[in-house]
Design a protein around this ligand. Structure first.
Ligand code: 9MR
Length: 351
């Protein structure tokens, strides 16, 4: 079947980003999808504006992936903009899309130090009021999506890169162990939901890996319901094999489900203002995508493979350029949703 896929006389299109000049196989709508070539779920995070208004985007999402994550619309500020107001419309749109198209929906994120509405950052209650606010948010959200959202990033980015606990309004007002209660509250609201701790930097920070491993062990000892670790993998195209392998070994060692939850591979490490995406960059990037997928598939035991999710779909959709203040091309599809060498590399990595 694999051979048929690659020999079915695809339309050869020179990828349109920068100066890539070698042909990348393109396929018609009738062709097979990315996820069908991978032995675990393959997802993308999605932006609500493009899902609603860009038919090409939603078609690619529906065709290529079998898991989706809300890039922003399930975050605190989006769902709960005022103390007594929940705004479900955008997230429910994704629920509807997922159900109609048979996609797994991963929830992101119940608790984070960012993307908070002003009413939370300015909240002046005592610790009981803070606890009630935390619990109400988590349980209202999880209950709303019960049976529709398979899994949640319960807490996102609790640690600094050096393994210390990141200062946040949550830690400040509730103490560091509030994180355990987030998992308990989520579990109470939906005992079937798969609950993740999500963070970045596993591929470069052994201190953060150790901190997360200690957290997981302490949760297991105390019976706190945690089922998975999300490793974001916002990577550079120069990241080493050894570092990627170290992250996979750590994740396998937790014994929990492992989600590569926000994969992208940026190439503009020097933040060049008008960077041209060269053939060499495309190939180096593809090589890193291939290596990550292969390392995941090899090092993570089958039962722990929750899947891999890229952080959005095409290069023009990525958060990276605005974050780094310079252009970049971090995803497997170009700005026109043509498949880049990274796309083929992902399939090769999963073999
Ligand atoms: O891609 C997201 C971007 O659109 C938002 O503006 C930003 C702030 O909420 O969050 C981005 O996604 C982040 C994710 O939620 C958590 N890990 C890091 C991601 C990139 O910043």
């Amino acid at each position: 079947m694999f051979c048929i896929f690659w020999t079915a006389a695809p339309q050869m299109v020179s990828a349109s980003v920068g100066t890539i000049s070698f042909p990348v196989p393109q396929f018609s709508a009738a062709d097979t999808n990315l996820y069908q070539y991978l032995p675990f779920p393959m997802g993308a995070s999605v932006g609500i504006g493009r899902m609603k208004n860009n038919a090409k985007y939603s078609e690619v999402v529906s065709k290529e992936f079998n898991s989706i994550t809300a890039e922003n619309v399930m975050k605190f500020r989006a769902l709960h903009p005022a103390e007594n107001t929940f705004n479900w419309a955008d997230a429910d749109y994704l629920v509807d899309f997922a159900q109609k198209n048979g996609k797994r929906l991963h929830g992101h994120t119940l608790n984070w130090y960012q993307y908070l509405p002003a009413w939370v950052t300015n909240f002046s209650g005592d610790s009981i009021a803070w606890e009630n606010m935390l619990k109400t948010h988590i349980q209202t959200v999880v209950a709303h999506f019960k049976g529709k959202v398979t899994s949640w990033d319960v807490v996102n980015e609790y640690f600094n890169d050096d393994g210390t606990i990141r200062p946040s309004v949550w830690v400040k007002n509730l103490g560091p162990d509030y994180i355990a209660r987030c998992f308990q509250y989520a579990h109470e609201a939906d005992p079937d939901a798969i609950l993740f701790y999500n963070d970045y930097g596993h591929e470069y920070s052994s201190a953060k890996r150790t901190a997360i491993a200690n957290l997981v062990n302490s949760f297991k000892t105390r019976g706190v319901p945690i089922h998975g670790v999300g490793m974001q993998f916002h990577m550079t195209h120069t990241q080493s094999d050894a570092n990627i392998n170290a992250a996979m070994a750590f994740a396998a060692g937790t014994g929990l489900k492992v989600h590569i939850s926000e994969l992208d591979v940026r190439v503009n490490v020097n933040k060049v203002k008008h960077l041209i995406f060269t053939d060499a960059m495309a190939l180096q990037q593809a090589d890193r995508f291939r290596f990550v997928v292969k390392a995941y598939n090899t090092a993570i035991p089958k039962a722990q493979q929750f899947g891999i999710t890229t952080w959005n779909v095409g290069d023009a959709d990525s958060w990276v350029p605005s974050w780094q203040g310079a252009p970049d091309y971090p995803l497997p599809f170009d700005a026109n949703y043509l498949r880049k060498p990274a796309y083929k590399a992902i399939i090769e990595g999963g073999k």
